[in-house]
Design a protein around this ligand. Structure first.
Ligand code: KG4
Ligand code: ZN
Length: 334
């Protein structure tokens, strides 16, 4: 079966075609990062307008690249939440209208479910059940994934999400928005020179709290009389060490607590090299299996939505073409 996936929850327009027998046939992505960088964050109205500009040309280009006609598509999956309501409306209305015109199934997808299942785009796929560390710009969750649609959130952030902490710290170091990848690159040039807190590292629970870490960076930056590139790199290094130590410790704790031996890391922060290195090392020590999406499928993309659609296509679904976006849809309400 051929499924078209559409992602427009935030500042990336992503489209992909997934063949349920052969896997991913192709994908295209347009990132609005440059558009929003000047404002230091995503401007929702600009995001919606840019999705409108790019979504149809992206779909046309993808069909051409895959040597397919729109009439070959057999179902359309799209992100219907959570995210920015205007941005979600663009993808949802395009998906539902196309599906209605073609008389095929439309499948609304939870954005985080897309991230959770993204490692299944790879040739080595995780089997259920597994523990997922989902770390993105808006979420930091540890989830016990029993099977499609059965997600038990066992750890969550009490304040800032991991990606948010990366972005805010990057901003304090003058690295622009979103700064996660830039901060990580700068950290490669840093050495252990500063100590930053590792919030809740020794707590029994699986929750995270990163706002204190960000504030500690703020004070550290203010204390420097001359914020040289070298000092910035050492601060970036200390920040990355602290946040990844906490993420890894809690994830391994979750595996042991739930009696599972398989882990996946997903979401934008899942692209972080230090996080991956530490997870691999701990998994080897404990004989756990680990799975990551390809780097390009860690951040928002259409492929993960098309894949989630392929896995949901035979589950009971709504059968008309009405839709409503869910900007604050909780994964536990799926
Ligand atoms: O999953 P995603 O594309 O969007 C959301 O659903 O939020 O994640 C974006 C987040 C941003 O905060 C970005 O700074 C962060 O992922 N990010 C990284 C890296 N690449 C992206 N954080 C740390 N290290 C990276 N290499
Ligand atoms: Zn995302």
């Amino acid at each position: 079966m051929l499924i078209l996936g559409i992602e427009t929850s935030c500042d990336e327009t992503g489209v992909a075609i997934y063949n349920s027998e052969k896997g991913l046939l192709g994908h295209k992505l347009y990132s609005q990062v440059k558009l929003h960088a000047a404002y230091g964050g995503v401007v929702p109205e600009l995001a919606s307008r840019d999705h409108i500009n790019y979504i149809m040309p992206l779909i046309d280009g993808l069909l051409k690249d895959c040597n397919l006609d729109i009439k070959d598509i057999e179902a359309i999956a799209y992100t219907s939440g959570p995210g920015l309501s205007g941005a979600l409306l663009v993808g949802s209305s395009v998906a539902e209208s196309l599906a209605c015109a073609l008389g095929i199934k439309s499948i609304p997808i939870h954005h985080l479910e897309g991230h959770l299942l993204a490692p299944m785009l790879e040739s080595k796929k995780p089997q259920f059940p597994f523990i997922a560390l989902l770390v993105s710009g808006g979420h930091s969750q540890i989830i016990h994934v029993k099977e499609i649609g059965q997600y038990m959130i066992i750890g969550d952030t009490l304040d800032d999400a991991a990606g948010e902490a990366f972005d805010k710290t990057a901003q304090l170091l003058g690295l622009g928005y979103p700064g996660g990848a830039a901060l990580s690159k700068l950290a490669e040039q840093g050495v252990k020179h500063f100590d930053l807190p590792k919030p809740l590292l020794h707590s029994n629970g699986l929750d995270f709290s990163f706002s204190g870490l960000k504030t500690a960076v703020l004070y550290l930056v203010k204390k420097q009389s001359n914020l040289t590139k070298k000092i910035k790199a050492d601060i970036a290094y200390a920040f990355e060490e602290s946040i990844t130590d906490v993420l890894v410790k809690k994830t391994i704790q979750a595996l042991k607590q739930e009696g599972l031996n398989r882990i996946i890391i997903s979401g934008g922060v899942g692209a972080n090299k230090t996080l991956r290195k530490k997870i691999i090392s701990e998994c080897k020590k404990n004989n756990f299996e680990y799975f990551f999406p390809d780097l390009k499928f860690c951040t928002d993309n259409g492929a993960m939505i098309a894949l989630a659609g392929a896995l949901r296509v035979n589950l009971p679904n709504k059968n008309n073409y009405s839709f409503s976006v869910k900007p604050r849809w909780k994964l536990s309400e799926i």
